[in-house]
Structure formats: structure tokens, C-alpha cells
Design a protein around this ligand. Structure first.
Ligand code: SF4
Length: 383
């Protein structure tokens, strides 16, 4: 299949999750909405259900969700609820609500109250102290509770073999996305920022084995091409989510390619694999969660060493980028609190960066465009 056909398919999926949901339902499948962050999607897949990511929306405005949410909740959380209230996601058979940040914790109860009997709302509390045996056990207990609720929806038991099979499917999907990110850097003349975003975003709305097969085909096509001689500049993107095509178009207008990302919705979601064929597959998933590192949203016992800041600074250098663009979600406490440390690491490494305040109700990107254009000029001078 040609590269263009594959890219068009990814773009179509990324831009129409509602259509994907309708398609799954037409096939008689049950679908579970999965909110950020780090829900064990493998359990959903193991149950024979379809996991569908819910990271808000770039095309909706907060209206009905206002009844349930404090105004200072980020738009990602509020617009996910909006989609549950305005009929967009009515066909879901349940949702999983992780509670990693101070918005998602109370929001999990807003989802529960607002959904009432409409659909099951599965609560998930990850531990921050996740490394010690009792932390692992806490994760297993939480995942077991999620598994029990999923079994009720699926009408079947999820066996250890089911989970091990799902882990293999997900590890493969993560590996092929990591490979794609590298190939996107080598072929940034073809994989422009809007396209890169669409390919990675589509993963949230497809069954992972089907997604992997399609992405393997795209990777094979890209590998067959010579590495591009990029004359523009390159950046690393950082933040929670940056999937608005109108905003990403500003990169393309200024010949700025994305060399790598430190984005929760993109690479941060597929850096860490689970062990395959563990005797206890739930323990494999708990250990996978414990292994997540360099993450704004999770406890780092060595945070005073600013390991995360240095990790991101190294990513900029190793990917060949000249700078970093940070997309700061409005009202996102974890990202705002971490910013001074990231800034220090970037400044210490001599890496220029800009911080763009965004939210999902933004429709006018004039200011961001100007900032990206000015930043591109600075990076061009530093090349
Ligand atoms: S954007 Fe920030 S505040 Fe909102 S859900 Fe994510 S981590 Fe929490």
C-alpha cells in the first residue's frame, strides 16, 4: 500500500473517533472509554473489549460539563465529560477513570454522578509509591478491581493467558510506535507535524493489533526511502497533548519538524513494556507501571536530582533538535509545577525553548503562530 494511502487512513481514524465507535458497535463489539493516564488497556483487550482513548476534543465547547465541574478543571477532563453528556459517546459500554492528578481524582466522582445508570464507571487509583512490594500489591489490587468490572461487562472471565496474550499485542504496538517516531525524524519531509500527530493519535481509537499491522506497513515504506536532507529546523515537543492540526500547521508553515516528543498523549504512553510470559500477568502489569520513569505525573524518589529535566534535555540533543516547544495545558498543576525544573535543565544544557499556553477550546492560534515563527527564526540562526 502506498504511503499516502496509509497516511490518509490514519488521518481519517484520528479525526473521527465517533465514527470508529459507531463502526465497532456495528460489528457487535463492546467498547470501553479509557481516560488518561496509564490505565491497563491490556485488561480491556484481554476481556475481548475495545479500548478507546478519551483525551477531550478539539472541536467541542464546554457546556453541559459545567454543571459538574469546577471552572479550573483542565479542558481535557471537562471535554471528555462533555462528550459523555452530549451523546457523542453514548454507545460506550463503560469508562475507566484513572485518578493520577488533582483534577482527575475529584473528576472521577463527577463522571460517576453524571453517568448514573447510563454506563459503568470503573474507578482506578494508581499508587504513587509504586516500587515496594506493597506498592506493587496495591496496583494489583486496583487492577483486579478493574478486571472484575470488565469481566461483568464482557460476560467472561479474563484468564492469565488472556492477559499475557494482550501484553504481547501491546508490547508489539509500543515497539512499532517507538520505531515510527524514529522514522518520522528521519523522514520529516513526509511525516510532517500534523501527520505525525494523526498517526500516533489513531492508536487510541483502533484495536492495537490492527493498528500495529497498519503502522508496520507504513514503517516498512519509510525504511525503504533514503533519509531526508532536512533544510529546516527541528524541535522536541513536550506537554500533555498537542494534537490540534491548526496549531501543528504553524510548525509546517515555518519549516519546523518534530524530531521527538515528550508528550503524554504520544511517546510517554508507549515507552514502557510489560514482561511477557510472567507466571502472574497482573504482576507483570504492576511492574510495568512501577517501571515508568521521567514522568511529570508520577512520584520520583530522586526528584531533587532533576533526572527528568536532564532526560528531556538529552532527548533534544540526541534527536538532533535545536530546541523544545512546551505545550502547557491551562490549569494543569503537575505540568506547571514541573516547569521550573525543566527550564533549569534546558537552560543548563544551552537548549532554547518556548512555552505555549493552550487548551482544547482554543480556536484562534494567532499568538502561538507568531511565537512559533519567532522561535523558528532563532533556531535557524543557531543552526
Ligand atoms: S492536563 Fe493536567 S490537570 Fe488535566 S488531566 Fe492531565 S495532568 Fe490532570
Amino acid at each position: 500500500m502506498s504511503i499516502q494511502v496509509l497516511l490518509d487512513e490514519f488521518k481519517a481514524v484520528a479525526s473521527s473517533p465517533k465514527q470508529q465507535l459507531d463502526n465497532f458497535k456495528a460489528q457487535g463489539k463492546k467498547v470501553i472509554g479509557v481516560l488518561p493516564y496509564y490505565a491497563p488497556e491490556e485488561l480491556v483487550y484481554a476481556a475481548g473489549l475495545v479500548p478507546m482513548g478519551m483525551w477531550g476534543s478539539n472541536t467541542k465547547n464546554i457546556s453541559r460539563a459545567k454543571e459538574y465541574c469546577a471552572t479550573f478543571y483542565c479542558t481535557i477532563a471537562q471535554l471528555a465529560l462533555e462528550m459523555l453528556l452530549d451523546g457523542t459517546m453514548d454507545q460506550l459500554d463503560g469508562i475507566i477513570t484513572p485518578t493520577i492528578c488533582d483534577t482527575l481524582r475529584p473528576m472521577s466522582q463527577n463522571y460517576r454522578v453524571s453517568m448514573g445508570d447510563k454506563m459503568p464507571v470503573i474507578f482506578l487509583a494508581h499508587p504513587q509509591n509504586r516500587f515496594a512490594p506493597w506498592g506493587l500489591q496495591f496496583t494489583i489490587d486496583q487492577y483486579t478491581s478493574v478486571k472484575t468490572e470488565l469481566e461483568k461487562i464482557a460476560g467472561k472471565e479474563i484468564t492469565n493467558d488472556d492477559i499475557n496474550n494482550a501484553i504481547k499485542v501491546y508490547n508489539k504496538s509500543r515497539a512499532v510506535r517507538r520505531e515510527f517516531v524514529k522514522l518520522a525524524n528521519d523522514h520529516c519531509d513526509i511525516i510532517k507535524p500534523t501527520i505525525r500527530s494523526a498517526v500516533l493519535k489513531a492508536a487510541w481509537f483502533m484495536l492495537k493489533d490492527e493498528y500495529t499491522e497498519k503502522l508496520e506497513a507504513l514503517n516498512a515504506e519509510l525504511k525503504a526511502l533514503p533519509v531526508c536532507d532536512w533544510q529546516g529546523t527541528k524541535v522536541v515537543t513536550s506537554g500533555i497533548i498537542c494534537d490540534n492540526p491548526a496549531l501543528l500547521a504553524a510548525f509546517e508553515e515555518n519549516n519546523v519538524a518534530i524530531a521527538a516528543d515528550d508528550v503524554a498523549h504520544e511517546s510517554r504512553a508507549f515507552l514502557w513494556d510489560a514482561a511477557e510470559d510472567e507466571a502472574d500477568a497482573m504482576m507483570a502489569l504492576a511492574k510495568q507501571f512501577a517501571a515508568i520513569d521521567y514522568e511529570v505525573l508520577l512520584y520520583d524518589p530522586k526528584s531533587a536530582e532533576n533526572r527528568r529535566g536532564e532526560f528531556v534535555a538529552n532527548m533534544v540533543k540526541e534527536s538532533g533538535a535545536q530546541g523544545l516547544v512546551l505545550f502547557m495545558q491551562q490549569f494543569c498543576d503537575p505540568e506547571e509545577m514541573e516547569y521550573p525544573y525543566l527550564k533549569k535543565a534546558l537552560d543548563d544544557a544551552g537548549i532554547p525553548h518556548i512555552k505555549l499556553g493552550i487548551d482544547q477550546q482554543m480556536r484562534d492560534f494567532g499568538q502561538a503562530r507568531t511565537a512559533i515563527q519567532a522561535f523558528a527564526d532563532v533556531l535557524e540562526l543557531n543552526k
